[in-house]
Ligand binder design. Sequence first.
Ligand code: NAD
Length: 363
Amino acid sequence: MGLFELMTRSGHEQLVFCATRPAGLRAIIGIHDTTLGPAIGGTRMYPYACQDDAVEDVLRLSQGMTAKCAASGSNFGGGKVVVWGDPNQDKSEELFRALGLHVQSLGGRFITGTDVGTAAYDFVAASAETGYLVALPEEYGGSGDSSVTTAFGVWKGIKACVEEVTGDPSLRGRTIAVQGLGKVGAKLLGYLCQEGARVTVTDIDPARVRAVGAEHAVETCASDAIYEVPCDVFAPCALGGVLNHKTIPLLRCKAIGGAANNQLAEDRHGDRLHELGIVYAPDYVINAGGLIQVSEEFPRFRRERAMARAAAIYHRLKEIFAISRQEGIPTYKAADLMVKRRLDALAGVARIHVPVRPRTDAD
Ligand code: NAD
């Protein structure tokens, strides 16, 4: 399929191919939909097998960002950069400065930061060329570790899940199974234990299990056994694709709410959860805390506001569960419908013409 056909099918506005040969930069900036505001999305660096794989990834990821921005109430559109290269070998100051120049050339239409394969310090070099960056190291003006806000939002989302299945959002005495004790999972565990939940945890890294076991009273299980733990909520905080034809028949939870991206291996697995009566908190809604935090860096970061918006994930999910019940559709479709409604409603506002700034003598 040709590029224009791919872009039309996914509703993309713009793909920007960036090549700066002396710096070794090969990157594609994908801008999906700027109905809500300038596009925002991280920079992924990956050694793609071919150009088509890089194009496919940037289209998929930037489209996902439109949904995440819209569902989280952010006034940003969906974007993403993919850098075609090996993050272990190909990073350099000149590569990130060249990327910064390409981002700057878009004049604020696109804002970026870290993603898989890039780290906050990589963008210090880019910041010499552009101010359209988020998630820089704190000493360079960034807002700091975004997993703090992600974990906080997931905790609030789990409360919405528990309320949906029991009628009460309190986690006291509720049972939660957490898969993955990394940056988000370990912080989430703190909130769950603080509220008196009974938690079972697992991680493929035994050191992480030992570390949280020393701090909190939790049950542990083998990594494969987590799906079968009888619980109110299963919280996937490790990998994508964990809700699939093999794991769904094992589940003994009433609801699913966790940080992992792309939890449903395919849409049909969301349909299956709906048929089984398992409440699924759509991943891009419940894990939007990190995006909320970095989007709050423009124009000036205020942590209280970021946390207040992350807390509102609870209300977003309640809305989605209500749409799911009213329309009789799976929750992942209800979330997509909520996104479409916001985009459609605000597309009407964007049609109002704002006069251009008049010329002055200084021009
Ligand atoms: P992380 O790499 O810090 O932690 C992942 C943890 O999962 C690690 O401890 C790892 O050992 C464990 N793990 C991997 N495979 C496992 C398995 N099969 N069973 C059990 N444990 C396993 O990552 P993170 O930042 O905590 O993010 C967790 C998930 O949430 C990822 O899918 C990430 O994409 C997503 N997410 C993170 C953020 C954020 O702010 N960090 C925001 C949105 C989404």
